[in-house]
Design a protein around this ligand. Sequence first.
Ligand code: PLP
Length: 528
Amino acid sequence: MSMNREGRPTRPQDAEATSETFTGNRALMLEEPLLFEIGDATLTGVDLEAAPQAESRLGGLERSRPIGLAGLSEPETVRHYTRLSRQNYAIDLGLFPLGSCTMKHNPRLNEKVARMPGFADVHPLQPVDTVRGALEVINELAFWLIDLTGMHGVAMSPKAGAHGELCGILCIRAALEARGDAREVILVPESAHGTNPATAAFAGYRVENIPANADGRVDLEALKERLGKGGEGDCDVAGVMITNPNTCGLFERDMKAISDAVHEAGGFVYCDGANFNAIVGRVRPGDLGVDAMHINLHKTFSTPHGGGGPGSGPVVLSEALCPYGPIPFTAKTKDGVVHLVEEENAAEFDHNDSFGRMVAFHGQMGMFTRALAYMMSHGADGLKQVAEDAVLNANYVLRSLEHVLDAPFGKSGPCMHEALFSDKGLADGFSTLDIAKALIDEGYHPMTMYFPLVVHGAMLVEPTETESKAALDQFIGALRSVAARAKAGDKSLHAAPVHAPRRRLDETAAARKPVLVWREPEVAEAAE
Ligand SMILES: *Cc1c(COP(=O)(O)O)cnc(C)c1O
């Protein structure tokens, strides 16, 4: 019997005998072996004659053994991947409450537009004259991103939020270097997404924490004190990285005062804009004194994401940072033509101080078209409603559950787009993990857990604006029921999930010692 480290079974057949079937399948939940266990290298799924022997031109470097791929027929292959796909949870199957990730419905219209051959089939090495339409799209999207954020310019090429963070921090570094002011420290709140301190460290800065107040927001006084350390004109703080709304789901109300204090000390303000969907159309980060902010197009402006991509993280920049922004970018001249500004023509466009390039080509065309389609189909009023509905839905979840689950900042007023709970009040021996696993049995992907780190056993729920009240009510009902079981000490919760294809995995081993290569059973056994 296979067990995880806590002694809980990992396979369905290890649980109650009642779930056993001859096939291992349970109704429409089909067990699926690996490709190599279905077919083997001696079989072939295709009916081709052996290729004629030709003289090798590889100079002795040819493969000495067969490649060992399993031979499968087309129906076997199709079934394999279709069965696997059915074991996935997806936003098109149900509510995806992951906080911080903004997993919302992706309108099909975006997909249709992104697949138009003029956009989908462009090649990054095509002559610029043949991709005028694509450049127009990039430039138009850039215009709206600048308009929505109240900023001065935008770097479109970063390929994800974290990449955008690096872009923004490199702009800050270039701006400081240009004035001969080498500073060493970036301040980051404790609740920050892990990419923030990682980015600052990657860019060569020392990371220091900004303390939070009891409200779950940046402690302005503590920040001011830190900025003042070192005395007049001797500040070592290059900048701050602040997420707004923050990862506790709260709006940083002091943002303008924070920016003013940082600017006064000669530093720059980086805003993590991953949560922009909570304020789009309502708040312009530029008005809050932000110098650089990435926008996760794949979160705020829709695009199917997860599982590592694809993403797109344009960075809007203040007037002070714009001269240092990366190439390439698009610029429209008076004659209405959109140009691609690169190394060769940067001087022509007065962009000599760029810190350089982040990517080989021009960014994520597929995401640009989706984001622009999303913006255009929503319009100004629709985008504002996105923010309002995201906040409304999260507050509905917060207020519906705060009597069952501890809401550490519930008293700080309404939340923004995500509701945060802690494990306080669960029966002894019950944890956030038990709740998350039981949600799988209820047919939901679990919420974000154990993040942000500032809350014990955190559960971060982001329902997003695209869920109906009926869908929210069902989710709330499920979470309420599971939470009640955890508070009452219902031991059966420890076995959850019991209805899923697998039980609890040894997640640490899976992350630290992943088995990524299939080996023939005898070889694998010999190696053990
Ligand atoms: C998602 C996220 C990021 C990182 O964005 P990626 O596109 O995944 O690189 C950074 N900060 C916050 C708050 C996020 O939610």
